[in-house]
Design a binder for this molecule. Structure first.
Ligand code: ATP
Ligand code: MG
Length: 795
C-alpha cells in the first residue's frame, strides 16, 4: 500500500501520521486511504516535494531587482519555470527550474553576481510535511486568557470591577486602532486609483466600540460615486463619438474593463481581490466568497496579523454599526455587559462561528439581544429604536434601501436613563430574562423594544411577513418576511431580516439552557461575594465550563415536543395565525391529539381512563377503545382564548373559558401575552400496554418494507402501526401488562413554547417501563411532527 509509510499500528488499531487520525480497524483504514482528506494531503505533499527538488533558495536580493531580472540571470543554468519573490521586503526568492540537473549547476557555481549584488544560492530546506491544524481563535485561547487573568479577577472586590477589568484586558488598544486606521487609509489610496471617487468605510467590531484585540476588520467599499463617474464618462464619450474621454481619471482606472452598474457583486469583488493581491504589500490569502449572504473578498494582512473582509453591498451594516456606537455612548454599562456576555457565550460555545458560517449566534446578534434586554429593564436602560427616531432632527433622517435608519448622531440628544442598577445586578437579570423567554413563540423587535407574537409573521407566502411589515414601513412595497426559527431576532433597520436565522434547534435550546444555568449560579453567594478563602468567585466561576448546561440532567420522565413553527404545514400555520394570541393553546391541542393518536393508533396502547373533555370522555366502566381525537379541532370551536379566569392558558378543557385577550402583557405591557404561569395540567390519560412494542421494531420494519410497497405509499404512521401489529401478533404478551399515565402540560408565554408530556408508571413489575420511555423519547416527538405535517392533506 502506497500509504504504508503513513500508517502505524497502535494498541487500538491504526494511526495515520499524515492526517493525524486514529483508525479502529482494517476496513476503516482502507476507506480512509481512499478518502478525500488523505488523497488531498498526499497530493499536496507530492507537489511540495517536487517543488523542493526543482528549486533553489536565493538570498541577498535588493528591492530594485525584479522577478524578470532574477529569471533572466538563472536561465544560464537551465530553463526557469517560476520565480517567487519575498513579497514583504523583496530580499529573497525561490527559483524553480524545469530539471533537477539545473539545480546542481546553479549550486556548483562559486559566485553569483547580479548587477552590483552578490547573491547567495542555497539548496531548499527539506521540511517534513506536516498537517498543521487550523488555528481556532476560540475556547482554547479564551481558556488561556482566563487561566492567565484568573488570579487578578479573583482579587478584585466586586463583579462590577471584574466586568470593567474584562473590558480593559480585551478591548482594542489605542495603538491597534491607529494601525487599523492607517491600513484603511492605505486601502483608500489604492482603491481610489482604480475606482475613482470610491470610499472605503470600516464597520463592525473595529469601530463599534465592542472590538477585541485582533478582531477582524470589516470594510465596505462604497462604489456609488464611482458608478456615477463611470456613467458620466460613458455619456461624454458617446456624445463626443470618441473611444476615449478627456477626463483625466479614466486612463488610470480599470473601469474600461468592467461596467459597474451591470457587473455582479462577485465580479466586482474579483477585481477588488486582484487589486489587493497585486498592489497592497503584506496582503496574503486573498479569496472571494461569493456564496455568502453578502459576497465578500477576504484577505489576511500579515503586518498586523489580522483578517480583513471587504463587501460592496453593505451600507446597512455601516449604519447599524453607527447605531451600536450610539448605544454604547448612551450608557456606560453597555460595554462591560457586552464584553462579559460575549466572553461567556464564547466559553459556552453559544456564539462565534468559526469561519463565519455556522449555527451559533454571531456577535452582532448577541449584542442586539443585550440591547433588547436593556430596553426591557424597569426602568429601561436604553430607549427603543422607534423612540430614538423621534429624538432625531431633520438632518439626521436616513433611509437605506427603503429602510428607515434614522436616529440621533450624538448621545447628547437622548435623555439619560433613570435606571441606576449596577453591572452585577444587570448581568444576573440578563440571564433571568432569557432563562424564561418564549423564544419559539416570539419575534424580538429591538425597533419597538418588545416581543411580537410569532404568528404576526405568518403571511400567506412561505415565511412572508408582509402585513406586519407594511404597518411599520409604508415606504416599502414588497419584502419577504424573516426566516423564522428557534430564535427570532429582527434587525433594528432591515425589518424582514432575522439576524439569528442561522441558529438550529440545538443551538437555540443551548442558549436558553445556559441562561438558566447562569441564572441559578448568579443567585448563589459565590457569584456575588468575593471568596475570603481565595477560591474562584464571580465571573471566574461563571466562565468555567463546569456549569455546562449540556451536562445537566434531563427532566425525569418527561418528553418535550418543541414548537417548531417553520416545520408546520401551511394549513396549520394559517389556523395558528387566525387564533392570534391563542395560538399556543391551539397548537398544544393539536400536539395532544397527535400524541393520543400515536399512543393508541400507532403503538396500540389501550386507553383506560381519560380526564380530558376535549380529547375524549372518560370511558364508561373502563371501556378502552376511545378513538384518537381529530387533529382538526380548532380553537374557535372552544372559544378563542382558551384561558381561564385568571388568564392562565388552560388547554383541553371546556371549563372557565374566557376570551382572554386582556391577559398579562409583554415585557413592555403593550401586547397581550400569556400570564406568568401559563401552565395547563390537562389532559391526563391512563394506558395499558400488553406487548413490548418498542423492542425489535427496526427488524420488523425492514421485513415489512421488503414485503410490501408501504414505503412507496409514504405513510410512515401506517407503517409504524403495522410494525406494532406484527410485534403484537408474533411476540408473546408481557407477563404483567404495563400500566402508565401521561399528563400533558403546555409551557409558553413567559418561557419557551413547548408541550411537555410527563409519565408516571402505575405498575411496572418487570422493570420494562424505562425501556419503553427511552424509546418514546425519540419516537414520540418525531411521530407527532409527522402527524402534524399530515394535517396539510386533511385540513
Ligand atoms: P466580531 O468580528 O468581533 O465577531 P463584529 O460585530 O464585527 O464582531 P461580524 O460578524 O464581523 O461581527 O459582522 C460585522 C458587522 O456586520 C456587524 O457589526 C454588523 O454591522 C454586520 N452584521 C453582521 N451580521 C449581521 C447580520 N446577521 N445581519 C445584519 N448585519 C450583520
Ligand atoms: Mg467583525
Amino acid at each position: 500500500m502506497e500509504a504504508d509509510g503513513d500508517v502505524k499500528t497502535t494498541a487500538t488499531g491504526f494511526h495515520c501520521t499524515l492526517c493525524n487520525v486514529n483508525i479502529p480497524n482494517m476496513s476503516s483504514l482502507e476507506q480512509h486511504i481512499q478518502g478525500r482528506k488523505h488523497k488531498t494531503l498526499s497530493t499536496v505533499r507530492a507537489t511540495r516535494k517536487s517543488q523542493e527538488e526543482h528549486s533553489v533558495f536565493v538570498a541577498g536580493i535588493k528591492p530594485h531587482i525584479s522577478q524578470t531580472d532574477i529569471a533572466e540571470y538563472f536561465e544560464q543554468f537551465g530553463p526557469v519555470t517560476e520565480v517567487i519573490m519575498d513579497k514583504e521586503n523583496g530580499v529573497f526568492a525561490i527559483v524553480h527550474f524545469t530539471g533537477t540537473e539545473s539545480i546542481q549547476e546553479a549550486l556548483s557555481c562559486v559566485e553569483h553576481r547580479l548587477r552590483d549584488l552578490k547573491l547567495r544560492v542555497k539548496p531548499r530546506e527539506k521540511k517534513g510535511f506536516k498537517l498543521i491544524p487550523k488555528k481556532k481563535n476560540d475556547p482554547q485561547n479564551l481558556q488561556q486568557f482566563l487561566d492567565r487573568f484568573k488570579p487578578q479577577l479573583c482579587q478584585l472586590m466586586s463583579v462590577d470591577a471584574q466586568m470593567q477589568y474584562i473590558v480593559e484586558r480585551c478591548q482594542l488598544g489605542e495603538n491597534e486602532k491607529k494601525a487599523r486606521e492607517l491600513l484603511v487609509q492605505l486601502l483608500q489610496e489604492v482603491f481610489v486609483e482604480f475606482f475613482p471617487d470610491s470610499q472605503i468605510l470600516p464597520f463592525g467590531s473595529s469601530v463599534n466600540t465592542f472590538g477585541i484585540q485582533s478582531c477582524d476588520l470589516d470594510l465596505f467599499l462604497d462604489l456609488d460615486n464611482t458608478k456615477k463617474f463611470q456613467a458620466h464618462a460613458k455619456s461624454t464619450t458617446e456624445q463626443a463619438g470618441q473611444g476615449t474621454s478627456d477626463d483625466s481619471h479614466s486612463e488610470d482606472s480599470i473601469l474600461s474593463d468592467i461596467d459597474l452598474s451591470a457587473a455582479s457583486p462577485a465580479d466586482v469583488l474579483e477585481l477588488v481581490a486582484t487589486i489587493l493581491r497585486r498592489c497592497v504589500p503584506s496582503v496574503h490569502n486573498v479569496q472571494v466568497v461569493s456564496s455568502a449572504r453578502l459576497p465578500v473578498a477576504k484577505f489576511h494582512y500579515r503586518k498586523l496579523n489580522l483578517q480583513g473582509d471587504i463587501t460592496i453591498n453593505n451600507r446597512l451594516a455601516v449604519r447599524n454599526t453607527r447605531f451600536l456606537q450610539l448605544c454604547s455612548g448612551l450608557d456606560d454599562r453597555l460595554r462591560p455587559l457586552v464584553y462579559t456576555i460575549r466572553y461567556w457565550a464564547k466559553q459556552k460555545q453559544l456564539a462565534g462561528n468559526s469561519s463565519g458560517a455556522g449555527p451559533l449566534l454571531n456577535n452582532y446578534a448577541l449584542t442586539l439581544l443585550i440591547i433588547f434586554f436593556l430596553q426591557n429593564c424597569d426602568p429601561p436602560v436604553l430607549p427603543t429604536v422607534d423612540q430614538l427616531k423621534d429624538m432625531a432632527c431633520e438632518e439626521e433622517e436616513c433611509v437605506i434601501e427603503g429602510w428607515d435608519c434614522t436616529f440621533p448622531s450624538q448621545p447628547i440628544a437622548v435623555p439619560p436613563s433613570k435606571n441606576k442598577q449596577g453591572l452585577c445586578t444587570l448581568l444576573a437579570s440578563f440571564f433571568s430574562f432569557y432563562a424564561v423567554f418564549d423564544f419559539a413563540g416570539s419575534v424580538i423587535s429591538v425597533r419597538e423594544g418588545r416581543a411580537l407574537p410569532v404568528t404576526d409573521f405568518l403571511g400567506h407566502g412561505d415565511g412572508d411577513a408582509e402585513d406586519a411589515m407594511e404597518e411599520q414601513q409604508p415606504a416599502k412595497t414588497h419584502h419577504k418576511g424573516p426566516k423564522l426559527g428557534p430564535l427570532n431576532l429582527l434587525d433594528p433597520f432591515e425589518l424582514t431580516h432575522n439576524v439569528a436565522g442561522n441558529l438550529n434547534e440545538r443551538s437555540g435550546r443551548s442558549f436558553q439552557r445556559e441562561c438558566q444555568e447562569a441564572e441559578k449560579y448568579c443567585r448563589s453567594m459565590q457569584y456575588q461575594r468575593k471568596s475570603t478563602k481565595g477560591k474562584s468567585w464571580g465571573l471566574v466561576r461563571l466562565f468555567t465550563p463546569d456549569g455546562d448546561a449540556s451536562h445537566a440532567k434531563p427532566e425525569q420522565l418527561a418528553i418535550s415536543v418543541p414548537f417548531k413553527l417553520a416545520s408546520l404545514p401551511r394549513a396549520l400555520r394559517d389556523q395558528l395565525q387566525a387564533a392570534g394570541d391563542a395560538f399556543r393553546p391551539l397548537w398544544f391541542q393539536k400536539v395532544c391529539a397527535a400524541s393520543l393518536a400515536v399512543f393508541q393508533d400507532v403503538l396500540g396502547c389501550h386507553l383506560v381512563a381519560c380526564t380530558d373533555a376535549v380529547f375524549g370522555e372518560e370511558p364508561a366502566g373502563g371501556d378502552a377503545d376511545t378513538s384518537a381525537a381529530s387533529l382538526n379541532t380548532s380553537a374557535s370551536e372552544n372559544g378563542d382564548g382558551l384561558q381561564n379566569d385568571s388568564g392562565e392558558a388552560v388547554v383541553g378543557t371546556k371549563r372557565s373559558l374566557s376570551s382572554g385577550s386582556d391577559a398579562s402583557s409583554s415585557p413592555q405591557g403593550k401586547r397581550p401575552r400569556l400570564a406568568k404561569k401559563s401552565r395547563a395540567d390537562l389532559p391526563t390519560w391512563s394506558f395499558v400496554q400488553r406487548h413490548a412494542v418498542w423492542a425489535g421494531r427496526r427488524k420488523v420494519r425492514r421485513e415489512l418494507v421488503k414485503d410490501s410497497d408501504l414505503r412507496q405509499e409514504g405513510s410512515c404512521t401506517e407503517l409504524e402501526a403495522q410494525v406494532t401489529a406484527r410485534i403484537a401478533e408474533k411476540e408473546a404478551e408481557l407477563k404483567e401488562p404495563l400500566e402508565f399515565q401521561v399528563h400533558g402540560q403546555m409551557l409558553g408565554g413567559t418561557e419557551t413554547t413547548r408541550a411537555v408530556l410527563r409519565f408516571e408508571e402505575a405498575s411496572d413489575k418487570k422493570g420494562v417501563f424505562q425501556d419503553f420511555f427511552h424509546f418514546l423519547e425519540v419516537f414520540l416527538p418525531r411521530m407527532v411532527e409527522t402527524l402534524l405535517q399530515k394535517q396539510e392533506a386533511t385540513a
